[in-house]
Design a protein around this ligand. Structure first.
Ligand code: NAD
Ligand code: IPM
Ligand code: MN
Length: 346
């Protein structure tokens, strides 16, 4: 029995997950053995109880579930985002979900800047390290002096790079490491050194390093030569919002965080790339596609490849049929878009 923990979180998180969660029922009706349970963690829960994610709840998630399905965190009432640190960043870090896979799936939605290009031009996958770098939450600010510590360990870098090489090999795609080792000599120096070692072990992958600033310019001009892009936490965060634009916008992009070495029962977390979108909350306007596609990624990760493929096909069919929320230039509501995609999942 696969057990999934559902954390809808804040803002549009619950709205987009409401459209994605019927896919669990659908998978179960197809014979997949799964159960799921909702958790209240998020801004309301934090403001009411003072709890972000208690040690007891974290242990239950870690040992009693196989994966987490996450909506979004972020609430204007908590401007410093401390509950987001306590919930989402803690889950990523303490579950050791070093790999954040953010594929940019080629659907050529109407608002994609690539809509007039061939589908192949959009085939991009970002592998973002997800547990350390600048996001390790260590630093100081005293007077006019601020420090954010960036920690990079060979263990996490290797976990990320191994998956990126493995994926590039499977896709027969080139692999580019985004870095700034020309300036960040220590941290990104480690990334480049490990990349060179693994490159020697994967002679069949066309692998190269590239300065991230130059990469961004080249990527916007022509994404065709880029297949898989590997990056540290910060650069991967930025690059994957850019590739979301290639899909049509923030509402489209899915992600799966996972721990390749599976240190705990709970080894994956599916969530759309976007945040809580406070500007859209309660309007039934958020695009649920990224959340739905994230569930598709999770299905594939659980070995349910038929279901994963069907989810991608359902999204492609709905978009081809003209289904579009406002961010894609259409006028479907969140619920209508969800229904349009699920129409193919019977
Ligand atoms: P955001 O992703 O919430 O929104 C950025 C833009 O994308 C906004 O214009 C928004 O309207 C649009 N957008 C987002 N989701 C959409 C959807 N499903 N459909 C259509 N349009 C969508 O990023 P932000 O505004 O920088 O951050 C808002 C809050 O979310 C902050 O508190 C931030 O920290 C948090 N955040 C959380 C996550 C996460 O939970 N993984 C990710 C990013 C940001
Ligand atoms: C994302 C978000 C998060 C991140 C924030 C909310 C901590 O931007 O999932 O991309 O930076 O990882
Ligand atoms: Mn982000």
């Amino acid at each position: 029995m696969t057990r999934l923990a559902v954390i809808p979180g804040d803002g549009v998180g619950p709205e987009v997950l409401a459209e994605a969660l019927p896919l669990l029922e659908w998978a179960r009706n197809r014979g997949r053995k799964l159960a799921w349970e909702h958790f209240p963690q998020g801004a309301d829960h934090y403001l009411a109880t003072g709890e972000t994610l208690s040690d007891a709840t974290f242990s239950r998630l870690r040992d009693g579930f196989d994966a987490v399905i996450f909506g979004a965190v972020g609430d204007p009432r908590i401007p410093d985002g401390r509950h987001a640190e306590g919930i989402l960043l803690r889950l990523r870090q303490d579950l050791q979900l070093a790999v954040n896979w953010r594929p940019c799936t080629p659907f050529l939605a109407s608002h994609s800047p690539l809509r007039d290009r061939s589908v192949e031009a959009q085939r991009l996958e970002v592998f973002r390290e997800n547990t350390e770098g600048l996001y390790c939450l260590q630093g100081t600010r005293e007077g006019g002096h601020a420090v954010d510590l960036a920690i990079h360990t060979e263990a996490a870098v290797d976990r990320l790079l191994n998956e990126a090489f493995r994926r590039a090999e499977t896709l027969g795609a080139p692999l580019t490491l985004a870095h700034k080792a020309n300036v960040l000599k220590f941290g990104h120096g480690l990334w480049v050194a490990r990349f060179e070692v693994l490159k020697a072990k994967h002679p069949e992958v066309a692998a190269r390093g590239m300065h991230a600033d130059a990469l961004l310019c080249a990527l916007v001009q022509d994404p065709t030569p880029f297949g898989v892009i590997a990056a540290d936490n910060y650069l991967g965060d930025l690059i994957s919002d850019l590739t979301a634009a290639f899909m049509g916008g923030m509402g489209m992009a899915p992600s799966l965080s996972y721990a390749p070495h599976r240190p705990f029962r709970c080894h994956a977390l599916a969530e759309p790339v976007h945040g809580s979108a406070p500007d859209l909350v309660g309007r039934d306007q958020a695009n649920p596609t990224g959340a739905i596609l994230s569930l598709g990624l999770l299905f594939g990760h659980l070995g349910w490849s038929a279901e994963a493929e069907r989810v991608d096909q359902a999204v492609a069919k709905a978009l081809q049929g003209g289904a579009a929320t406002r961010d894609l230039g259409g006028n479907l509501s969140t619920q209508e878009m969800g229904a349009a995609i699920r129409a193919d999942l019977t």
